[in-house]
Design a protein around this ligand. Structure first.
Ligand code: HEC
Ligand code: HEC
Length: 148
């Protein structure tokens, strides 16, 4: 037998032993008992977006604030940006309805002020994401920037 073949064999035997030990330790994955090939539906709590609750505390200073409402129906494409209906002051619109985007959203890359939202900020959900009302999978003691 060639030397490289012997090494392959040894590796195979080692992996088989490890595999046996892991499966016999009674571990179950977070997906439960589902077979690897099976496409399980997403758990229902992953569909439960928080909606119009209070703003979410920021986790760190430069964090794009999290979206405290659902956003599935707010289209953003080349022509339309539904988010701007509420997050930009516009004549005839109720200004008190929501917080306007910050000044940083009206600047070009060189820091010049613009009279319209910067193209670099057009796709809001590139940075701002909605939140799901789900319990943390594991306990942790993390504190937000406000709590520190
Ligand atoms: C129908 C009006 C409306 C639309 C459309 C809308 N929002 Fe909001 N949004 C609100 C209101 C009201 C709040 C809560 C008050 C506030 O902080 O502005 C809010 C809060 C937020 C906040 C939290 C601000 C903070 O300082 O914590 C973000 C981020 C945000 N929205 C992003 C978006 C994005 C991105 C879209 C488009 C996908 C969008 N919103 C569409 C009304 C709207
Ligand atoms: C490149 C990332 C990025 C994109 C794209 C972006 N934002 Fe932001 N946004 C931020 C960051 C970072 C902050 C917090 C720092 C700041 O205010 O500049 C913020 C702050 C905000 C706030 C809170 C303002 C306040 O005074 O509390 C609102 C509302 C907001 N963005 C809405 C939007 C909307 C609507 C869009 C799309 C038109 C958008 N943002 C696109 C990164 C982004």
């Amino acid at each position: 037998m060639k030397r490289s073949n012997v090494i392959h064999w040894l590796l195979f035997v080692c992996l088989a032993v490890i595999n046996f030990q892991v499966s016999s330790a009674g571990l179950t994955s977070l997906r439960g008992d589902a077979a690897i090939e099976a496409a399980e539906p997403a758990p229902p709590e992953l569909e439960r977006f928080i909606n119009d609750k209070e703003n979410v505390d920021r986790t760190f200073k430069q964090q794009p604030p999290l979206i405290p409402h659902t956003n599935e129906k707010y289209t953003i494409n080349l022509r339309v940006n539904k988010c701007l209906d509420c997050h930009m002051k516009q004549p005839g619109k109720d200004e008190a309805k929501s917080v306007e985007m910050s000044e940083s959203h009206f600047m070009d890359r060189a820091g010049n002020k613009l009279d319209h939202p910067s193209g670099a900020r057009h796709f809001c959900t590139q940075c701002h994401v909605p939140q799901i009302d789900a319990k943390p999978l594991v306990e942790n003691t993390f504190k937000t920037v406000a709590a520190n």
